[in-house]
Design a protein around this ligand. Structure first.
Ligand SMILES: NC(=O)c1ccc[n+]([C@@H]2O[C@H](COP(=O)([O-])OP(=O)(O)OC[C@H]3O[C@@H](n4cnc5c(N)ncnc54)[C@H](OP(=O)(O)O)[C@@H]3O)[C@@H](O)[C@H]2O)c1
Length: 355
C-alpha cells in the first residue's frame, strides 16, 4: 500500500510511504483508490488539519498526515455482508492506493464508514455513494465530479443560505478569491437569482480569467477595493486573507450586512483575531453544519437531489473554460500538491490524480 504523506508541521514537506495492506477483519472492506481531484480546498484541510481534525480521518505515522481528497474507489475485497467486490463508489478518500472501511447503514445508494476513529468526525464526510444509484453521477463527467463536486455542494449551500437570510436583496455579494472553483460555482448559482449583483475580488494575475467567465457583474482586483461603491453589501470570503478582510470591512463599515468566512486560499496570510474589524463579526460557514440543517428541513435524499439538479447544468457550463490536468504516481502527485499549495495553478486548470 502506498500513502502520500505531508509533514503536519511543515506542509511543504511530503513523501511516499509503503506498507503492507492490513488483513481485513469481519465487517471490513478494502477500497482501491482509483483517482481523486486536488485543489486549494484540500490544502485548507491540511492548514486546519489540527484545529478542525482533518488529519483524523485517515491517520498516518506520528508527525505526518494524509490530506483528504474526493474521488472514486472500487471495492477490492469485502468481509462485509452489505458490500460486494467490484462495486464502485465516490467519497472522501486518503491520497493512498487503498483504504480499509467498515461499511454500515448500507442501502442501494451506498454506505457510511463506521470505523471507530471516524465516529466523532462530521457525518457529511462519512458517506460513500455507489455510482450506479448516485444522482450526481454521469459517466462522462467523472473528472468534474472529482474536482468540483464537493466545492459545488458547498456553493449550493452558500447560495441557499444567502437567499434564506435575505442577503441576496441587500446590496452586492462580494466574493474574494473569485477565481477559485468554489467562488465560481457560488457565483454561477447566485447569478440565476433575480436582481443579484456579484462582485468578484481577485488578484491581478487572475482578473482577466474572472472577467472572461461572464458571471460576475464586476471584477475588482485586491488593490482596488476603494473603487467599490459604498452602501450595504455581503462579503463572502474564500481567501481567509487578514489584510483583505480588514480592507473590505473598513470600506463598507457598518453598512456591511454580513461577513461569511468560507475558505482560506491565501493560507500564508490568514486572518487572526477579529476584534478590531469595523462592521459585523465574520461568521464561519461550515458546509457540514448546513448539510445537517437542510437534511433536517428537507430530508437528506431531497437535499442531494436538489443539489444534483443544479449540478448538471453547472458541469455543462464549465466545459467552456475548465481544463483537467492528469497525473499518476508519487512524482506527479507531489508536483501537483506543491503547485496547489503555493498557488501556482492557473484557475482554468484542475488536477485529477492517482497514486
Ligand atoms: N467552508 C467550507 O465548508 C468549504 C467547503 C468547500 C471549499 N471551501 C474553501 O473554498 C476555498 C476555495 O477552494 P477551491 O478548491 O475552490 O480553490 P481553487 O479553485 O483551487 O482556487 C484557486 C484560487 O485560489 C487562490 N489561491 C490558491 N492558492 C493560493 C495561494 N497559495 N496563494 C494565493 N492565492 C491562492 C487564487 O485565487 P485569487 O487569485 O482569485 O485569490 C487561485 O486562483 C478553499 O479555501 C476551501 O477550503 C470551504
Amino acid at each position: 500500500m502506498s500513502d502520500f504523506l505531508v509533514r503536519r508541521d511543515d506542509l511543504r514537506r511530503c513523501r511516499i510511504a509503503e506498507s503492507q495492506v492490513a488483513t481485513l477483519e469481519p465487517g471490513q472492506a478494502l477500497l482501491r483508490v482509483e483517482t481523486f481531484g486536488l485543489s486549494a480546498n484540500n490544502v485548507t484541510y491540511a492548514v486546519f488539519g489540527e484545529t478542525m481534525s482533518y488529519w483524523d480521518f485517515f491517520p498516518a505515522e506520528e508527525g505526518w498526515g494524509r490530506v483528504p481528497v474526493w474521488g472514486f474507489a472500487v471495492v477490492e475485497l469485502s468481509e462485509a455482508e452489505s458490500l460486494e467486490p467490484g462495486a464502485r463508489v465516490y467519497g472522501y478518500l486518503p491520497p493512498s492506493s487503498q483504504l480499509v472501511v467498515t461499511p454500515a447503514e448500507a442501502d442501494q445508494r451506498g454506505f457510511v464508514d463506521a470505523s471507530p476513529h471516524r465516529a466523532p468526525l462530521p457525518s457529511a464526510y462519512q458517506r460513500y455513494e455507489l455510482t450506479d444509484a448516485d444522482p450526481f453521477y454521469r459517466a462522462g463527467t467523472e473528472e468534474l465530479q472529482m474536482v468540483l463536486r464537493p466545492l459545488f455542494f458547498t456553493s449550493f449551500l452558500i447560495d441557499d443560505q444567502l437567499a434564506d437570510d435575505g442577503l441576496t436583496a441587500r446590496g452586492p455579494i462580494v466574493l474574494s478569491s473569485a477565481s477559485s472553483k468554489t467562488a465560481i460555482a457560488t457565483a454561477f448559482l447566485l447569478a440565476q437569482r433575480e436582481g443579484v449583483e456579484l462582485i468578484g475580488l481577485t488578484s491581478p494575475r487572475s482578473a482577466e480569467f474572472v472577467e472572461g467567465l461572464g458571471i460576475y457583474d464586476r471584477t475588482v482586483t485586491y488593490d482596488e477595493i476603494g473603487s467599490l461603491e459604498s452602501g450595504p453589501a455581503t462579503y463572502v470570503d474564500l481567501s481567509g486573507d487578514g489584510a483583505l478582510r480588514l480592507a473590505v470591512h473598513s470600506h463598507y463599515g457598518d453598512a456591511l450586512a454580513h461577513s461569511m468566512v468560507v475558505g482560506a486560499t491565501h493560507w500564508a496570510q490568514l486572518a487572526g483575531g477579529e476584534s478590531e474589524l469595523p462592521g459585523p463579526s465574520p461568521s464561519f460557514f461550515f458546509a457540514p453544519d448546513r448539510v445537517t440543517k437542510r437534511s433536517r428541513d428537507w430530508g437528506a435524499a431531497q437535499l442531494n437531489l436538489s443539489a444534483a439538479d443544479a449540478w448538471h447544468p453547472f458541469c455543462e457550463w464549465t466545459d467552456g473554460w475548465l481544463e483537467v490536468v492528469h497525473g499518476r504516481g508519487f512524482e506527479a502527485v507531489q508536483s501537483a500538491y506543491l503547485d496547489v499549495l503555493e498557488g501556482r495553478v492557473e484557475p482554468r486548470l484542475a488536477h485529477v490524480l492517482s497514486i
